[in-house]
Design a protein around this ligand. Structure first.
Ligand code: NDP
Length: 499
């Protein structure tokens, strides 16, 4: 079957997925499309590989993962160039993304034993005759369904932790970025040639669904909230646990005592990097009235300088998924029709495959541009009376992924009140690169965590073991107990917990 598509729209030809650059149509690669049997076979191979990988232990896996980390670091420009070719993103963005992924692999490899390894925990007085032991064991095979916007960081930030925890992984890259996904798999095989510990299966959404049904022990998904619900429903058939990252509508709050130049600089980066195709991208700003106009002026001045185009050195590249252009256009048109004003860009900003940076003010809170994920280089900046109103408005959407606060004095206090999984004070997006911190959201942004200690535990089964070290003085959990001993238990309960 042959499908003729526009640049950037994946085509399937003779059973192969063809990936192309969204700006130029240049081919990025061809990959065999997996059918459900092929997916199942990959999972079977992964199951055997998981046994071997698990037996390597933390030390053996650490050595391999650090070797792969070195490959990523030494070939960072090669990977960035491939990512630029396939997604259209600027090369510098691809480098920064890859560097962050490298740091996650490094941290996961070095810390897996400390976080997951066997350890004693304290016994409680009631069971003092037993010692308590805790460890986190690998699930076995993890299925990873990846997005196209950060085709390196997002999968690696999940499967790097899954691998460090001792699992084998089958990755279904987005149909828009199979070449990057396959590159990750191929280079991993260079340092782990013995068994297919990391594999890729390619295709469209049905291949992702087949992966959910192929007997994997856990699914890690990043993408739209709508697809996250489908993934969860599919995994519910077999009670397969999931970690879901379903997108966001992140807000930034600018308080009266903010450093406005720093806030504007960070805002422009947070909103427009990767052409706004960032799950934790800043899509809304709430600036308190006394600083609103000065802040908007600073944002517009900086955003107007951004370059847009196909070159690897542009600030903003093409929109990777062509259908997203309609969403972005609808959000801009709707905002303007409802009384919003474009102080930069606007109605003619969408010039396929590009969107020029667009800053909208006075946009009603019920507009799509304020409530729905836009995933483009657009930003609303609305005026609020004070930080309380800013927090209330920030929290008034179903999403709850990340957010940012600019304030000299009250940043942490405001950040704490955001109904999100993450927040940055006096910067934007920085939490994603902090390997020691968990990443994930609340509400429509999903649940579960990747990155950091929680991200390691997400890919492991908790195993709790007690071990008897003495006879029980007052046996409670035994049919051998006497009524006198039960009376003593009553007294103990009152002494220990009755006051
Ligand atoms: P999707 O959520 O549709 O795709 C994400 C991944 O899920 C892709 O690998 C996709 O495969 C796969 N998939 C699709 N359908 C199924 C299914 N039924 N079962 C299992 N896996 C499936 O996102 P899109 O790429 O279509 O983007 C749509 C919107 O999602 C964007 O406009 C943006 O708002 C949001 N988004 C958010 C991201 C984030 O970082 N949170 C990342 C990407 C998108 P395939 O690519 O083959 O369809």
């Amino acid at each position: 079957m042959t499908t003729v598509n526009a640049p950037g729209v994946p085509a399937i030809e003779d059973g192969e997925l063809i990936s192309t650059n969204p700006a130029t149509g240049a081919a990025a690669g061809r990959f065999p499309v997996a059918d459900p049997d092929g997916v199942a076979r990959a999972v079977d191979r992964a199951r055997a590989a998981a046994l071997w990988w698990g037996e390597l232990g933390f030390t053996g896996r650490r050595t391999r993962l650090l070797a792969w980390r070195a490959v990523l670091a030494n070939r960072i420009t090669e990977l960035a160039a491939l990512s630029h070719l396939e997604t259209g993103k600027p090369v510098a963005d691809a480098v920064v993304e890859t560097l962050s992924a490298i740091d996650h692999v490094d941290w996961a490899a070095r810390n897996a034993r400390r976080v997951l390894g066997p350890r004693r925990v304290r016994s409680r007085l009631l069971l003092a005759e037993h010692s308590a032991h805790l460890e986190y064991q690998p699930y076995g095979v993890v299925g990873m369904i990846g997005p196209w916007n950060y085709p390196v960081l997002t999968p690696v930030g999940a499967f790097g932790y899954a691998l460090a925890a001792g699992n084998a992984v089958v990755l279904k890259p987005s149909e828009y970025t199979p070449a990057v996904g396959q590159w990750l798999v191929d280079t991993f095989a260079e340092v782990v040639p013995e068994h297919p510990v990391l594999q890729a299966v390619h295709g469209l959404g049905d291949v992702g669904a087949a992966l959910c049904r192929a007997g994997v022990d856990k699914v890690a998904f990043t993408g739209s909230t709508a697809t996250a619900k489908k993934v969860m429903a599919t995994c519910a058939e077999s009670l397969t646990p999931v970690v879901l990252e379903g997108g966001g509508k992140d807000a930034m709050i600018v308080d009266a005592d903010a450093d406005l130049d720093a806030a504007a600089e960070a805002c422009v980066w947070g909103a427009f990097t990767n052409a706004g195709q960032t799950c934790i991208g800043i899509e809304r700003v709430y600036a308190v009235a006394p600083v609103h106009d000065a802040f908007v002026a600073r944002v517009v001045e900086r955003a107007a300088r951004l370059t847009v185009g196909p070159g690897g050195d542009a600030d903003i590249g093409p929109i990777t998924m062509p259908s997203q252009l309609d969403v972005i256009r609808r959000h801009i048109d709707d905002a303007l029709a409802r009384g919003g004003r474009a102080v930069l860009g606007g109605a003619d900003a969408v010039q396929p495959p590009y969107v020029r940076p667009t800053v909208l003010v006075d946009v009603p809170e019920d507009a799509a541009a304020v409530r729905e994920e836009t995933f483009g280089p657009t930003l609303t900046v609305n005026r609020v009376a004070d930080a309380d109103e800013a927090i209330a408005r920030s929290n008034a959407v179903p999403y709850g992924l990340g957010g940012a606060v600019f304030s000299r004095r009250n940043g942490p206090a405001i950040a704490r009140r955001l109904r999100t999984g993450m927040a940055a004070v006096n910067s934007t997006l920085t939490f994603v690169g902090m390997s020691t911190l968990p990443f994930g959201g609340v509400g429509a942004s999903g649940f579960g965590r990747i990155h950091g200690p929680d991200g390691l535990r997400e890919f492991a089964r908790t195993k709790a073991v007690t071990r008897r070290r003495a006879r029980s003085v007052v046996p409670a959990m035994s049919f051998e107990r006497t009524s006198a001993q039960v009376d003593r238990l009553v007294k103990i309960a009152k002494i220990l917990y009755g006051r």
